[in-house]
Write a protein that binds this ligand. Structure first.
Ligand code: BGC
Ligand code: BGC
Length: 835
């Protein structure tokens, strides 16, 4: 009570010298939309008098605090049910790396249990609230893809190749049911982006670069998830609330940079990126997520002309606009802790994973001092309540008591897998078929090679169980079928046989044909951004396998796992047949269906057509080899003249993310030992620092001399540092939750606490990481510190010329083999010790 009073007084004092709108900077003309030039959509939801009366009644009764809580969404990793009760939070989400009890891989029962706990907390009125049911959002972006055992549908770039809106509707309907088994109400799908540059790490989340194709899918997908508007409460049927994302031009950024800037005219913004939203609004999509990205230098999340004037007023969108993961913190003039501009621009709910509490405080103050008007707050709350009421959340009861809840046999149900398998079959695109090699005839002896052949995680891509889709094990995919498993059983039932040999070697009988699986490995968001359209060097191994097999006269079928078109002329040359499998998901058997003829019945026929143009070089703006819409049918033998193997771009050298590899400084970085004598650059070993206190020797890790051992003697500080003359910008990686990971071994326990440092000059953060006594001496461990800890401790993440230093305050010895940015570690230190 007294805190509240104080807040009021402070708020009042703050308002005196300034007007309510002074916090709103003007948008630049280039980033100001002219709403009258935009299309009009037809919001189909009829105004419901009962719902409107209920909203009015609630708004009149709710306190400002309760209203502010209603427009906040917290991540389950950073909020408890008790806090949902106390702060009256309107929504929770699970980010890609969050799960019940901190376990991303928790079984479905735990998700449902947690949904009940959040719901019960939201309905509890003991903290003075009105018992408004909380709404839970999840990224069910290719099936209920955070949950073990769910059906994993192909990612969207593959679905685009089917050109089958009816199947899209079925995929969405099956996904909705699987989401409902876990008691979750809301999915952040479909992504109706129109990617124009496939270097973007999210290109695979887009159906196509063609606005028409994306538009043809938006409505059916949304209806598949939500059902038809005005047919009763969404949650009364087998449905969930949908989200059209990310508004607008997430796929139009310069160089395909994730969260970048779309430097395009208003006409392009409107004609290329907006058409799918018209379809989404016409289908009654209940939420739209604002894009992280900018348009001509202004973040969408703060662009009132776009969110309010265009989306709500002109296009008539009547659902709620949710912002993206801490995107508000990137708006000019804002931080994660405070951003009145977002709600003033038209955001109705802040996705504030770990920043919700600070926002709760700042928004309450901003409403009191008028920076955010009461009218605008009411409008945002009304949007949230309207969605909840249309969904039927107020009547739905506990999540576990709702239809489909707890029916876990529906997760990965046979019928859903059948739909997914059909989608896989229809999405495959045949680019070459020399001599009509495909489909392989029944009875063939098939060699299956390539490192991606037996890997469900890899064929499922990012947003699969974990955010990046990495760090998972085969056991986490019960009921799924890898490409290899599919081929093995198809070959056997057609009277032939298949053998798995990742490197393509075989003994004994020569195979009739080889299938070599190759392509991209998992990634999500900016971690998938590329500078050229080329597979990474470590992904090019299977090409050699193809060449070897071809040299032995064995016909080769190349099957590419990829989220997007990439330059593959060498593979196209080396293979007799080439199939783009995209990221097919859990039903690898769908690929086998298309590669092999059955013993009896009709041979399969390819129908998929490219959803994006296929490049002739690795240059992003280079010529096209196969245009959008291209795809062979297996009836016509598709020969292909030899292609140039000149990529047209230089290999990209230094990665900004790798500082030390095999004990040696990465390209552009140097390794130094420092003591009272100064800094000594370590190029060869053994070496000793200038003052003689740091001895550096080679030691083995994975490979011979794959690490360096540092032995510090004497008293006073001494350190090992990785530095460069050119500073790296790590702000994106910091916002993206990346870790600084050192693969190290303690050889002799340090006598005093160690410090890890990162930064540049005065803006260097130094964190106390203790004596590493939790680490077993003599054993290698990947030890990580979240990048954001360094930011919190004062590092300027935009200018880092020393990404890593380890400082001793006394004797000790440790070995280092690798230092990099990454997502995985054995031990992750928390920020608490920083100082
Ligand atoms: C992504 C969204 C996603 C959200 C929640 C963001 O980083 O851009 O697409 O829905 O996280 O996981
Ligand atoms: C979350 C994702 C989110 C991303 C944003 C991750 O930690 O799990 O859901 O999209 O951060 O950068």
């Amino acid at each position: 009570m007294s805190r509240l009073k104080l807040g009021l007084m402070l708020g009042f004092a703050a308002i005196v010298p300034q007007t309510a709108w002074s916090a709103e900077p003007e948008l630049s003309p280039a980033a100001t939309a002219h709403a009258a030039q935009w299309p009009v959509a037809h919001w189909p939801w009829r105004t419901d008098r009962k719902i409107e009366a209920r909203i009015k009644h609630l708004l009149a009764a709710m306190s400002v605090e309760e209203k502010v809580g209603q427009i906040l969404q917290a991540d389950i990793a950073s909020v408890t049910p008790e806090e949902v009760r106390r702060y009256h939070l309107g929504s929770v989400l699970n980010g890609g790396n969050a799960g019940p009890g901190g376990d991303d891989y928790a079984p479905a029962e735990q998700w449902l249990k947690l949904a009940d706990a959040f719901y019960d907390a939201s309905m509890d009125r003991s903290a003075g609230g009105h018992g408004i049911p909380v709404m839970w959002g999840t990224d069910a972006v290719h099936g209920h893809s955070n949950i073990i055992g769910a059906t994993l549908f192909p990612h969207n770039s593959g679905l685009g190749a089917m050109r089958d809106p009816a199947l899209i509707r079925q995929i969405a309907a099956a996904t909705a049911i699987e989401v409902r088994t876990t008691g979750i109400d809301w999915t952040f799908a479909p992504t109706i982006t129109v990617p124009q540059d496939t270097r973007w790490g999210r290109a695979y989340e887009g159906y196509s670069s063609d606005p028409k194709l994306v538009t043809s899918y938006a409505g059916p997908f949304i209806e598949g998830l939500q059902g038809k508007p005005n047919t009763g409460a969404v949650l009364a049927g087998p449905h969930v609330i949908a989200t059209a994302k990310h508004f607008l031009a997430d796929g139009g950024t310069a160089q395909g940079r994730d969260q970048g800037d779309a430097q395009i005219s208003e006409k392009t913004l409107r004609d290329v990126h907006a058409p799918p939203y018209v379809a989404a609004i016409n289908a009654g999509v209940l939420s739209v997520m604002a894009s992280f990205s900018s348009w001509n230098g202004e973040k969408m999340t703060g662009n009132r002309s776009m969110l309010t004037d265009v989306l709500k007023h002109r296009m008539g969108f009547g659902g709620l606009v949710v912002s993206d993961w801490n995107a508000h913190g990137q708006v000019a003039g804002c931080t994660n802790a405070s951003c009145p501009r977002a709600v003033n621009a038209g955001i109705d709910m802040y996705m504030a994973p770990d920043s919700w509490k600070a926002l709760y405080t700042s928004l309450n103050a901003q409403v009191r001092d008028g920076t955010v008007s009461k009218a605008r707050l009411d409008e945002a709350v009304a949007s949230v309540l309207r969605v909840k009421l249309r969904a039927g959340l107020f009547e739905a009861g506990r999540p576990s008591a709702r239809p489909y809840a707890g029916k876990f046999d529906l997760l990965g149900a046979a019928e859903h897998r059948r739909i997914a398998r059909e989608a896989v079959r229809k999405s495959l695109v045949l680019l070459k078929n020399q001599g009509g090699l495909l489909p392989l005839r029944a009875g063939s002896r098939i060699l299956v090679a390539g490192d991606g052949a037996d890997d469900v995680a890899r064929q499922s891509g990012g947003w699969t169980l974990s955010w990046q889709g990495t760090g998972v094990t085969p056991a986490m995919f019960p009921g799924a079928t890898s490409l290899w498993q599919g081929i093995r059983s198809a070959a056997a039932s057609a009277g032939g046989a298949a053998t798995l040999s990742p490197d393509g070697s075989f003994s004994g009988q020569r195979p009739d044909a080889a299938i070599v699986v190759f392509g991209e490995t998992q990634y999500a968001e900016f971690q998938g951004d590329l500078t050229t359209l080329r597979l990474k060097p470590e992904q090019r191994g299977p090409l050699e396998t193809m060449r070897k097999l071809k040299a032995q006269g064995i016909p080769v079928v190349a099957v590419m796992l990829t989220g997007r078109p990439l330059w593959t002329n060498p593979e196209l040359n080396a293979a007799d047949a080439f199939v783009v499998a995209w990221l097919p998901g859990s039903e690898g058997a769908g690929v086998a269906d298309m590669l092999l003829s059955p013993a009896q019945g009709k041979a399969p026929e390819f129908n998929g057509r490219l959803s994006f143009a296929w490049p002739a070089t690795a240059r992003p703006d280079g010529p096209v080899l196969f245009p959008l819409g291209y795809g062979l049918t297996s009836k016509v033998p598709g020969a292909l003249a030899p292609l140039s193997e000149e990529p047209g771009v230089a290999e990209v050298a230094a990665s900004a993310d790798l500082y030390l590899a095999k004990g040696v400084a990465g390209p552009g970085w140097s390794l130094e030992a420092r003591d009272e004598g100064g800094s000594t650059r370590i190029t060869t070993v053994p070496a000793v620092s200038a003052g003689g206190r740091v001895a550096v020797t080679a030691t083995d890790h994975v490979v011979q001399e794959g690490a360096r051992r540092f032995t510090v003697s004497g008293s006073g500080t001494a350190s090992v540092a990785i530095t460069s003359h050119a500073a790296a910008d790590l702000s994106r990686q910091t916002n993206g939750e990346m870790l600084l990971v050192a693969t190290l071994r303690i050889d002799q326990q340090p006598a005093a606490p160690l410090h890890f440092s990162l930064g540049s000059g005065a803006a260097t953060a130094r964190l106390d990481v203790g004596q590493m006594d939790a680490l077993p001496v003599g054993q290698w461990r990947r030890v990580a510190v979240p990048l954001k800890c360094f930011r919190t401790a004062g590092a300027d993440m935009a200018k880092v010329d020393m990404p890593f230093a380890i400082e001793f305050a006394g004797p000790g010895s440790l070995s280092l083999s690798e230092v990099r940015l990454g997502m995985e570690a054995d031990v992750t230190l928390n920020c608490a010790k920083g100082g």
